[in-house]
Write a protein that binds this ligand. Structure first.
Ligand SMILES: N[C@@H](CCC(=O)N[C@@H](CS)C(=O)NCC(=O)O)C(=O)O
Length: 246
């Protein structure tokens, strides 16, 4: 039986290669009514002041699923200023594409490696909670993993990140003095840690350097505006209900 469905269109090569250098497109990020694996991509669009909207599937299982390249969401749909369309599937690829486009990888390759290392470490702590605790149904396994999250995962994570952020001058950024992908992922990690543990691990007093990043990102005007929208309320409350943090 031969495979059915779409695959990448090589005609998109020139459009994407050109568009990745510009920021004047409009975007639709399609995902379900929670933050889930679209959290970082949404935050990139919200914090960089991109022209974007959150869109949700209307008839996912019957029609939209088979129209996507991988049969899953999120998918980023971009319309360039000259009206050309770009489609980017898979959360990791979307985050990378948007990070390059909105210059969230610092000023050179060294900065990029540092930012991606911080972002990878942050994603690991987010994924630990998300995959081994939040979505687990077996109560015994969930309890055991929660214990390990609190005793084995969080303490070294907090120490390590606080150390690196102190080394950058506790200035609200991981690298230099500009917003990066790492700053954005930290905001998600801190939202999660605060919701799950209160101020036991992360607070202005206990982790001033992490707190400074969280406060800096949280105060970005375009992100503040997004947090006042109905679509934010929809995805944030969905995340709280399904995964346990806003
Ligand atoms: N590897 C994908 C995973 C995406 C994924 O698992 N999406 C789920 C929701 S979290 C989905 O689309 N589920 C619907 C389905 O499989 O029909 C990514 O990182 O983007």
């Amino acid at each position: 039986m031969s495979p059915t469905g779409r695959t990448f269109d090589d005609n998109a090569r020139a459009v994407l290669n050109e568009s990745i250098k510009k920021q004047d497109s409009t975007f639709k990020l399609k995902y379900f009514k929670l933050q889930g694996v679209a959290y970082t991509s949404r935050l990139i669009l919200a914090t960089t002041g991109a022209k974007w909207e959150c869109v949700f599937p209307d008839d996912w299982a019957n029609t939209e699923k088979k129209e996507t390249l991988f049969g899953v969401l999120p998918v980023l749909y971009e319309t360039t200023s000259s009206g050309q369309s770009i489609e980017v599937p898979e959360s990791d690829a979307i985050e990378h594409y948007l990070s390059k486009k909105f210059q969230l990888y610092g000023q050179d390759d060294f900065d990029e490696i540092k930012i991606r290392a911080f972002a990878s470490s942050l994603q690991s702590i987010i994924s630990f909670y998300f995959l081994r605790v939040a979505v687990v149904r077996d109560e015994g396994y969930k309890e055991e993993m929660m214990k390990r999250f609190l005793t084995e995962a969080l303490p070294p994570f907090v120490d390590t990140h606080e150390r690196h952020l102190e080394a950058n001058g506790r200035n609200g950024h991981y690298v230099g003095d500009k917003l990066s992908l790492a700053d954005i992922k930290l905001t998600i990690a801190v939202n999660m840690i605060k919701a799950v543990t209160g101020d036991k691990f992360v607070s202005k007093e206990k982790t001033p350097a992490m707190w400074a990043v969280w406060e800096t990102v949280s105060a970005i005007p375009s992100y503040v505006s997004w947090r006042e929208t109905d679509s934010y309320e929809t995805v944030s409350s969905g995340n709280m209900r399904i995964i346990g943090f806003p």
